[in-house]
Design a protein around this ligand. Structure first.
Ligand code: OGA
Ligand code: ZN
Ligand code: ZN
Length: 393
């Protein structure tokens, strides 16, 4: 049977239990109930065999070695048996079974499937978010998992949230990060103090002056910047220092609409960022816009203060600066930003791969201002969403 050429099997039909299976040379078509045939490739089906020789029954990891699937693999037989598709393969008569439900949820032939329980529902925003920033109570997040889940989902979908009434204890943000997921350490600090203390070791950073901080993402000088950033306001009593935020995905969409060439330039031109102190010197070069396979922005990086001298072929410089300044002007456009005052005891949480944050200048003679910052990785927060959903199921 192994030697049977694929051609002779082409267009053979089995009809059973209303399901018609059409065997082609490299794939089969099956109606999963929609009235339309769905196509599944032999190599794909074979690769996803769930028998205990192919998938470890306890860990659910693949044991089958994909590269060992023969190039000339075909289905010798395919039948619907109850609610399962049963296949006998040309590969040593190996037998596989797939439930119809599983095939329906992994049906890639019309469009990509998404089985991730933490799949995002991204909502881009502009200044109209002002007054509507998702806001939560610290104790409610800690005591009610449904509120905890809603907050995690708001971080994922909006990328900007406020938590009120957090304890006013130093180190609280680090403990909260460990409650949600794990702290993402960066070389400078695990817990970062932001206050204007002249001579303090972290004075390498404009944040520890009293100057305005233009909207930026933190740590674009890492190839993998921390995905979630949390700002705990231990004291915010001075005049000024209001927080600002801009949705980088909205800015990128506006730029793409207004000037697709500029968008393309920023998606393909690496920009070097650097941050250094006596404790470390971190440098990374990446485009400001990292795109996914669909051309959507996956990671947005922007930090005027950390960008290093542009380094590119001379004939690219003008187009780069034209695009870069267009992007910067969209970020500065107040129609695209929200501004709000955070109070002592508030925590602001941003998706740092998307949302820029900043603050107005402030006058330290009018009152204290002290923030503690911690980061988490985005994947770890998404993991928390899946765990909370599993727990609630
Ligand atoms: C920072 C920062 C904001 C603030 O430290 O990275 O952006 O409100 N701080 O001081
Ligand atoms: Zn198998
Ligand atoms: Zn910052």
């Amino acid at each position: 049977m192994r030697d049977q050429p694929a051609e002779t099997l082409k267009n053979r039909f089995w009809t059973m239990n209303m399901n018609t299976i059409n065997l082609n040379s490299a794939s089969l078509d099956i109606d999963l109930g929609s009235g339309q045939p769905s196509q599944f490739h032999y190599v794909w089906l074979r690769d996803n065999c769930s028998c205990s020789d192919c998938t470890h029954p306890d860990t659910h990891e693949r044991i089958l070695v994909t590269s060992e699937i023969p190039d000339d693999l075909i289905a010798l037989e395919a039948n619907v048996d109850g609610d399962e598709l049963a296949i006998i393969w040309s590969d040593e008569n190996h037998q596989s079974r797939y439930s119809m439900d599983w095939l329906r949820s992994h049906n890639y032939s019309e469009s990509a499937f998404n089985t991730d329980p933490a799949a995002a529902d991204i909502q881009v925003w502009d200044k109209s978010l002002q007054g509507n920033i998702p806001t939560f109570d610290y104790q409610q997040i800690r005591s009610d998992d449904s509120v905890f889940l809603s907050w995690c989902e708001a971080v994922r979908d909006i990328g900007l949230t406020i938590i009120r009434n957090a304890p006013l204890e130093e180190g609280e943000i680090e403990r909260f990060a460990d409650y949600v997921a794990v702290v993402r350490e960066v070389i400078y600090d695990r817990l970062h103090n932001v206050r204007a203390t002249p001579g303090e070791y972290n004075a390498y950073n404009v944040a520890s002056t009293t100057l305005e901080l233009k909207p930026h993402t933190d740590m674009p000088n890492y190839n993998n910047p921390p995905g979630v950033q949390m700002f705990h306001f231990l004291v915010n009593e001075s005049i000024g220092g209001e927080s600002t935020a801009v949705d980088g995905f909205n800015i990128a969409a506006k730029l793409k609409h207004a000037d697709p060439d500029a968008f393309q330039v920023l998606a393909t031109t690496p920009v070097q960022f650097r941050m250094y102190s006596g404790r470390g010197d971190i440098i990374a070069s990446n485009p400001l816009l990292t795109l996914d396979e669909q051309g959507e922005v996956k990671v947005f990086r922007f930090s005027n203060q950390l960008a290093q001298p542009a380094n590119m072929a001379a004939d690219k410089v003008e187009a780069f600066y034209r695009a870069y300044r267009k992007l910067g002007r969209l970020i500065e456009d107040h129609d695209n930003r929200v501004q709000f005052r955070l109070e002592t005891g508030d925590i602001m949480v941003t998706n740092n791969l998307r949302v820029m944050h900043g603050r107005n200048s402030y006058d330290p003679s009018t009152g204290g201002r002290h923030l503690q910052l911690s980061y988490m990785d985005f994947c770890d927060v998404m993991s928390r969403i899946r765990m909370l959903k599993k727990q609630a199921a």
